[in-house]
Ligand binder design. Sequence first.
Ligand SMILES: C[S@@+](CC[C@H](N)C(=O)[O-])C[C@H]1O[C@@H](n2cnc3c(N)ncnc32)[C@H](O)[C@@H]1O
Length: 206
Amino acid sequence: MKANDKSSGQTEIIKKRYNRTSAFFDAMTYVGSNDTHRRAFSLVSGNILEVGVGTGANFPYYPAGSTVTGIDFSPGMLARARKKVSMSPVPVTLLEMDAEHMDFPDGTFDSVIATCVFCSVPNPVAGLREIGRVCKPEGKIVLVEHMRSANPLVGWLMDRLNTVSLHLVGANINRRTMENITAAGLHIESVENLFFDILKLIVARP
Ligand SMILES: C[S@@+](CC[C@H](N)C(=O)[O-])C[C@H]1O[C@@H](n2cnc3c(N)ncnc32)[C@H](O)[C@@H]1O
């Protein structure tokens, strides 16, 4: 474990869970075409970073004229993504990298996007802060994330069920992602509820 890195232990655990999950991830998330993700990708352009690219489910939505770098810390998920790069209409570079410690210089990307990733990143505030760092100051950050409901009963239930989801898949269902985005110093521009207050489309700036 690196000094000053409290999430390193968790990182190995969650990475292993996603290596395991990669075997059934596509079957588990198959719901035909994903209009929400398609719409999120219509909001980004230029030199794009997709954080937590997973098995490459978003490849078909990459916008024409862009170039995309996809990162993920799970070799298992990336191995499946590599088999699907031909589904992308634009050039894609896939890299094994931890979102909490990215190798890119400050202000590298015009847009940074992540779909259903910050439920899993062991230290989400550190990952969101990195997104802000690698995005150009005038760039755009687009997130599709599920999070803990503000409804007391639903939130309570999500807290109770979180252990199951975390152990089975590697994802938390009770993250307070809006608070995490603010804590990371990102500036929220718009928020749209897609499924009650649990799934949101968020546009932010560094
Ligand atoms: C629920 S999957 C979503 C995959 C993809 N974005 C999608 O919508 O199908 C979450 C992904 O985030 C990745 N991930 C979680 N924490 C990460 C981190 N710290 N750095 C890089 N990738 C991470 C996992 O390995 C996994 O592939």
